[in-house]
Design a protein around this ligand. Structure first.
Ligand SMILES: [Zn+2]
Length: 365
């Protein structure tokens, strides 16, 4: 009987079940998913403790989308305002704003995007600045810059446009004048540049998403991109920047802290990096205490169920609970147990201060 079971399981799972003494078991890393035997208090918030503003969301079809479905999911999570970073520009902004104003005017904010094609051609910078001003006049409340800047935006001579390219400075300056923030995503996790072997923490992500692999020539080293971004922040002290994904230093909070200390015009959001915070609850809660005015709530990919991990990490003091994507984190989470004052700042107060035209009456004092 035992033999038959073993043969069947092997055929369906392609793993070798143990010999009688458990001696020669082999399981793929991707498949190994042990159920924790740890018994500790558990709290599983389905919604956030306070209403929140998600400053890092992407809705690509906002000009035409029926927003009622989004609102239903947002309400279930206690998300009061969604910031759609994928507003594009021109007619798309106008249509998105019209759609929002005709249905749920208080619940959505749209950021504009710059079209980087043609950098270096005559009048490109002036046009980009003019278009941004027009988009803001038409209802955009921020600028989002995608990671293609730095990776693969080329100028009219086929040269990589650096994040701190002087031809873009007028755009950042305009954001300052218009009093809108610029949320910018530069580079990717450092592990994407590291050797792909058994020591790489993102091995599974790269193996399952091979086009995410980077290298010193693909297109340039991680450190160079980050330096370009920081130089651009320094060159534009009158513009508020939201560094996406904790500036890709969620795994080195002391370093991120030094950056925030040196650049008062920069704040951060933790889209897609909550697993980094959930593995260092002591360091992370110290960081949230010290930089409580500089952190915004962001998530990035719109999978409503996954927000619950964010709430649990931020709000509870739970221990050793699962994360939702093994290729981000094969480790388990610990709650930071943040107090109400800090939670309110991270959930909405900081965003209300930085992003214009959000109706404050929707939030507690
Ligand atoms: Zn994003």
């Amino acid at each position: 009987m035992k033999k038959l079971f073993s043969a069947l399981a092997c055929a369906s799972l392609c793993i070798n079940l143990p010999a009688q003494d458990g001696g020669n078991q082999k399981i793929d890393f991707e498949k190994y998913d042990p159920v924790s035997t740890l018994v500790v208090p558990e709290h599983k918030p389905l919604a956030s403790k306070f209403p929140f503003i998600d400053v890092h969301n992407h809705q690509w079809d906002m000009p035409t989308k029926n927003l009622s479905d989004l609102i239903r999911d947002m309400d279930a999570l206690n998300m009061k305002v969604m910031v759609n970073l994928s507003g594009r520009s021109g007619e798309d902004i106008k249509k998105s704003v019209k759609n929002i104003n005709g249905s749920f005017p208080k619940r959505f904010i749209v950021f504009a995007n710059v079209e980087f094609k043609g950098v270096g051609t005559a009048g490109w910078t002036e046009n980009a600045v003019r278009q941004l001003a027009e988009d803001v006049k038409n209802g955009a409340n921020g600028l989002k810059v995608f990671k293609n800047l730095g990776f693969n935006v080329m100028d009219n001579n086929g040269k990589r446009v650096t994040v701190d390219d002087a031809r873009l400075d007028a755009i950042w300056k305009k954001c300052g004048e218009l009093k809108i923030p610029a949320l910018i995503h530069t580079a990717d996790p450092k592990s994407f540049w590291d050797t792909l072997d058994e020591h790489n923490e993102r091995w599974l992500e790269i193996v399952t998403h091979p086009n995410r692999k980077r290298g010193p020539e693909n297109p340039v080293p991680f450190e160079l991109l980050i330096e370009e971004q920081h130089r651009m922040f320094r060159n534009n002290p009158n513009t508020t920047f939201i560094a996406a994904h904790f500036g890709w230093y969620p795994n080195d909070l002391a370093r991120l802290g030094r950056l925030l200390d040196s650049l008062p015009n920069v704040v951060v959001e933790f889209g897609a990096v909550i697993a980094e915070l959930g593995r260092q609850p002591i360091m992370a809660s110290q960081f949230f205490t010290k930089y409580q005015d500089r952190i915004l709530f962001g998530k990035d990919s719109w999978v409503p169920d996954e927000y619950k991990t964010y709430f649990r990490v931020l709000e509870t003091s739970d221990e050793y609970f699962p994360y939702h994507k093994k290729y981000h984190a094969f480790w388990r989470m610990y709650g930071l147990g943040l107090n109400d004052e800090i939670l309110k700042k991270v959930y909405y107060k900081n965003a209300l201060r930085i992003i214009p035209n959000i109706d404050k009456t929707q939030f507690p004092q």
